[in-house]
Design a protein around this ligand. Structure first.
Ligand code: MRU
Length: 374
C-alpha cells in the first residue's frame, strides 16, 4: 500500500529577496532556518557546511549569485560585469570537489552572458544593450539582468526538486521489500533542494509501500549520517539503524545488507566517483560480498571533461574536524591529522548510476554519451 511522506524539508530556498536555509551544523538538536541578504553569508554557509551536499551546494551558489547581484548598484555594464565575476569567483572558491557547484556557477554565467553578452562574444547584440542603456538608462538594464539571474536561480532550485523525484522513481525498482539498504553520509533532502538522491531512491521505495530497512553509516568525521540521514529517516518513519563506519564490513559478512545506495560529488567520464570519505571502502567490501553498489546522482554531478577519478580535486578540511567532536577534544594536542573529505570509488565497483534519465549501466563511458557533452 502506498505511503504518505512527511512534510517536505525546505533545505534552501529564495524567499522575498533573501536566501533561507537550514543551518545543518545544528541538526539534529535544532532545526534553525537562517535568512541572509548578503551573498558572502551564503559562501560562508557552503564553506562551513551549514549548507552541504553536492546538489544543495549548487542550488545555494545559484541563489547566492542572484542575491549578490540583486544588491548591485553598479552604474555601468563594466562595473556590473566586474561585480558578477567577483561573486561567481567567490562561490567557485568555496569548495573544490562537488561538480554541481561549478555547474551552477557556469549556468548562471551563461544566463548573464545571454542577457548582457561581453563585447567580444556579443557581435550585434552588445549594441542592443547600449541602445537600451541610452533609452531607458542603466538602472533599467541592471534591473533586467538582476531579474533574469533571480529567475534562473529559482529555476535551478525547482529543477533540482523534479530531478530528485525522477531519480527516486527510477531507483525505487532496484529495491525490494525486505531489503536492508546501507547508505553513507547524507544524500537526502538536506543535500539537495529536497527529496534527495540516494535517500530519494529510499524515499520512493518507501512511498511505494515497500518494507525496507536502512543501515545508516555515521560517517566520520562530520557525522552527516548520524546527524542528518538518521534525522531524515526518523522524521519519515523509515525503519533505520545507525552504525559506525567500521561496522559495515561485519554486517555485510553476516548477510545483513542486500543493497548499497550512495550519492556522489563528482563523477568522471569512466564512472570513477568522488563521494564522502569512506565510500570507496564500502564499494570494495560490497564487491567482496557480491552486494550491488549503486550511486544516485543527477547528470549535473557528471564531469566528462575528466577522463578518470584521479583528476577529481579532493578537498582537505581542517584537522579540528577529526580531533574534536562538537567542542569535545578527542586527540592529543599537536597530533598530525590528515582529513580528506572525499574519496574516489573506481567505476568498476559500481553496478549502476541512478540518474533523472534512468539507470546507467557499465560500460559507463558509452552509457553516458547520449546525455552529456564534454
Ligand atoms: O561534505 P559534504 O557533507 O558536502 O559531503 C556530501 C556527500 O559526500 C554526499 O554524499 C554527496 O554530496 C551527495 S549529496 C546528494
Amino acid at each position: 500500500m502506498k505511503r504518505k511522506l512527511a512534510a517536505e524539508i525546505r533545505t534552501i530556498c529564495w524567499e522575498r529577496g533573501k536566501v533561507v536555509f537550514i543551518d545543518q551544523r545544528l541538526l539534529p538538536d535544532e532545526e534553525r532556518h537562517v535568512a541572509v541578504r548578503d551573498y558572502r553569508e551564503v559562501v560562508g554557509a557552503i564553506r562551513e557546511l551549514a549548507v552541504r551536499g553536492a546538489p544543495a551546494i549548487g542550488v545555494a551558489a545559484a541563489l547566492g549569485i542572484a542575491l549578490g547581484m540583486k544588491a548591485s548598484r553598479a552604474t555601468d555594464l563594466a562595473a556590473l560585469d566586474g561585480e558578477f565575476a567577483a561573486i561567481c569567483g567567490a562561490f567557485a572558491a568555496a569548495r573544490p570537489t562537488a561538480r554541481n557547484l561549478f555547474w551552477a556557477v557556469e549556468r548562471m554565467q551563461r544566463r548573464y552572458r545571454a542577457a548582457a553578452p561581453p563585447e567580444k562574444e556579443a557581435g550585434a547584440r552588445r549594441p542592443a544593450v547600449a541602445a537600451l542603456k541610452k533609452r531607458e538608462g542603466f538602472p533599467a538594464v541592471r534591473r533586467r539582468l538582476q531579474e533574469a539571474l533571480v529567475a534562473e536561480a529559482q529555476a535551478i532550485w525547482a529543477e533540482d526538486m523534479e530531478i530528485n523525484r525522477s531519480i527516486g522513481a527510477h531507483g525505487a525498482d532496484l529495491l525490494a521489500a525486505g531489503d536492508n539498504v546501507l547508505t553513507h553520509c547524507n544524500a537526502g533532502a538536506l543535500a539537495t533542494a529536497g527529496y534527495g538522491t540516494a535517500l530519494g531512491v529510499i524515499r520512493a521505495a518507501w512511498e511505494q509501500g515497500k518494507d525496507i530497512h536502512v543501515y545508516v553509516d555515521e560517517t566520520r568525521p562530520v557525522l552527516q549520517g548520524a546527524r542528518l540521514t538518521a534525522w531524515e529517516l526518523k522524521r519519515e518513519g523509515v525503519p533505520a539503524t545507525l552504525i559506525t563506519d567500521s561496522m559495515a564490513g561485519f554486517l555485510m559478512q553476516r548477510g545483513k545488507i542486500q543493497k548499497i545506495v550512495v550519492g556522489a560529488d563528482r563523477i568522471a567520464a569512466n564512472g570513477d566517483t568522488a563521494n564522502k570519505i569512506g565510500t570507496y571502502s564500502l564499494a570494495v567490501l560490497a564487491r567482496a560480498h557480491r552486494i550491488p553498489f549503486y550511486v544516485a546522482a543527477p547528470l549535473s554531478t557528471f564531469d566528462v571533461t575528466l577522463e578518470t577519478g584521479r583528476e577529481i580535486p579532493i578537498e582537505e578540511r581542517a584537522p579540528e574536524e577529526v580531533t574534536t567532536c562538537r567542542g569535545v577534544v578527542l586527540a592529543p594536542r599537536g597530533i598530525d591529522v590528515y582529513n580528506p573529505a572525499f574519496d574516489v570509488t573506481p567505476g568498476r565497483y559500481i553496478a549502476a548510476f541512478v540518474t533523472e534519465k534512468g539507470l546507467l549501466r557499465p560500460p559507463f563511458r558509452s552509457a553516458l554519451r547520449p546525455f552529456l557533452r564534454s
